[in-house]
Ligand binder design. Structure first.
Ligand SMILES: C[S@@+](CC[C@H](N)C(=O)[O-])C[C@H]1O[C@@H](n2cnc3c(N)ncnc32)[C@H](O)[C@@H]1O
Length: 208
């Protein structure tokens, strides 16, 4: 299998020794600017109830947990390799009851309606088989006035990356706006990361 296919599969769902020991370094380095901005935009504090979809190494969850007093952060990721890495990184927050991490596919979990103040996800939208279904499910699980924060690389940059575009499905900023609008979100705002040239964005949207 060509390396770009192998790597793309690992990025979608890290597995085995490579997933456990090599992918964390790629995620932590390659995704750090997007994840830092996503953490700032979530601005976790007080008693917020937060969900992160596809937490990877659990770096964002670890950073967000410091802002909470009585709140909780749930994370879901369908990679066992990432679950192990993130559990270790967040062991103190887990022991304190601030963080709980679940192994599973977000699309297959029935979260209670209106449970979360904020749902966030970084670098996962490319892998969603039905973006409409996933965004609609996020909408349902958000409280009224809740916020969705999505972080991603725009298709104009991603198309030039050495990745398998059957596994990564690049998406444009305007398509993300449309997707969110079509599924009931409003106050949709773009937050470029490292300037427009980098083609990396966080998009925030409100359920009203
Ligand atoms: C490219 S990695 C990004 C990890 C992290 N968010 C970051 O930006 O560094 C994608 C992660 O999302 C997880 N993932 C993708 N689709 C998922 C889904 N539908 N449900 C749960 N986890 C998912 C993968 O297992 C992987 O850990």
């Amino acid at each position: 299998m060509p390396f770009k296919d192998f790597f793309s599969r690992q990025a979608r769902k890290p597995t085995g020794i490579f997933g456990r020991f090599f992918m964390p370094a790629f995620f932590n380095k390659g995704n750090s600017a997007l994840n830092k901005r996503m953490t700032e935009l979530v601005a976790a504090n007080g008693n917020d109830q937060i969900l992160e979809i596809g937490f990877g190494t659990g770096t964002v969850i670890n950073a967000m947990a410091h802002g909470l007093t009585d709140g909780t952060i749930e994370g879901i990721d369908f990679s066992n390799a990432m679950l192990n890495v993130a559990k270790r990184k967040n062991r103190h927050h887990i022991a304190a009851g601030t963080v709980s991490l679940t192994h599973g596919n977000f699309d297959e979990i029935a979260y209670p309606p209106e449970k979360f103040d904020t749902v966030c996800s970084g670098n996962t939208i490319y892998f969603w088989p039905s973006p409409d279904a996933t965004v609609s499910q996020v909408f349902d699980t958000l409280k009224s006035n809740g916020t969705l924060v999505l972080a991603f690389v725009d298709e104009r940059k991603m198309k030039n990356m050495p990745l398998n575009m059957g596994i990564f499905r690049p998406i444009s900023l305007s398509s993300v706006h449309e997707l969110l609008k079509n599924n009931g979100f409003s106050c949709i705002e773009t937050h470029p990361v490292n300037g427009q040239e980098s083609a990396m964005y966080c998009v925030t949207a409100r359920k009203q």
